[in-house]
Design a protein around this ligand. Structure first.
Ligand code: UDP
Length: 249
């Protein structure tokens, strides 16, 4: 039987190593691929440890319902969905409050980088589907969504690089900042932040926090996340170039 995620671990860091053996500033093994849904205008898959997310982009295209049309720019509409079988305790299908909230914050982050004024009256639809969830799904979804938009050829000011950070306690009960939280760290940590930046623009696009962090802890976590973001940004760009290098595009 699988280990229930609500068995509270005694501590999340021991001898400087996290439960899965990572160092505090280390992200989980990541895989990034574009063009995973040929029928979409653009698509991407991001695997981050046991979290697996797909994003598909359709558009820019005519917007329905017509009363949502904006005369001066496109609407970037995001639908975030976590599949029933993506989590340990089956999730009720369909969007709940959590999905509505995540869809909204992802769409606001993407609107900041997409050149929406090039496509007045249009919709750019982004579907983010979580196939397997082990925490940090909204940030993985945002990474995938920005890559899917680039894969669709949608003009953007920058890619969105996103990851989580938070505070975990060690065997002595002391808190340490860590990046890219997995499920137990998300469940049992002392605070977590979903964070996204547009690195080339030096802009923050998403910042959501649960729990308590001091300003110093937040600054330290952010610094660690900015460092980790550089490697994620490189991986995203490499994944976007791969189809051209392989000759499949
Ligand atoms: N989760 C779950 N069932 C739910 C919602 C979330 O098991 O109905 C798990 C899932 O692993 C998710 C994690 O809790 O990744 C953290 O969820 P949160 O709302 O903090 O968002 P996320 O970290 O995924 O962006």
């Amino acid at each position: 039987m699988s280990k229930m995620s609500d068995d509270k671990p005694k501590f999340l860091i021991k001898s400087g190593k996290r439960l899965d053996g990572r160092k505090p500033d280390e992200v989980r093994p990541m895989e990034m691929t574009v063009g995973v849904i040929p029928n979409a205008d653009g698509s991407a898959m991001v695997v981050c440890g046991k979290t697996k997310v797909i994003a598909a982009v359709y558009g820019p295209r005519e917007l329905h319902p017509r009363h949502q049309v904006l005369n001066h720019k496109a609407r970037v509409r995001v639908k975030y969905n976590m599949l029933s079988f993506s989590v340990e305790d089956r999730k009720r299908p369909g969007p709940g409050r959590r999905e509505v909230e995540i869809s909204k914050v992802l769409s606001e982050a993407l609107e900041r980088v997409v050149l929406t004024d090039r496509f007045p009256m249009c919709a750019i639809d982004v579907f983010v589907t979580v196939i397997q969830a082990d925490a940090s799904t909204r940030v993985a979804g945002l990474n995938a969504a920005s890559m899917a938009l680039a894969d669709a050829g949608v003009p953007m000011r920058d890619l969105v690089v996103s990851l989580s950070f938070g505070k975990s306690y060690d065997e002595k009960g002391a808190g340490h900042m860590v990046v890219d939280l997995e499920k137990e760290e998300d469940n049992w940590g002392m605070g977590d932040v979903a964070y996204a930046v547009a690195p080339a623009l030096n802009e923050i696009l998403l910042l959501q926090m649960d729990g308590d962090l001091t300003p110093e802890e937040f600054a330290k976590g952010r610094q660690m996340a900015d460092e980790a973001a550089k490697a994620i940004y490189d991986m995203q760009k490499q994944a976007l170039k791969a189809p051209y290098q392989e000759g499949s595009k």
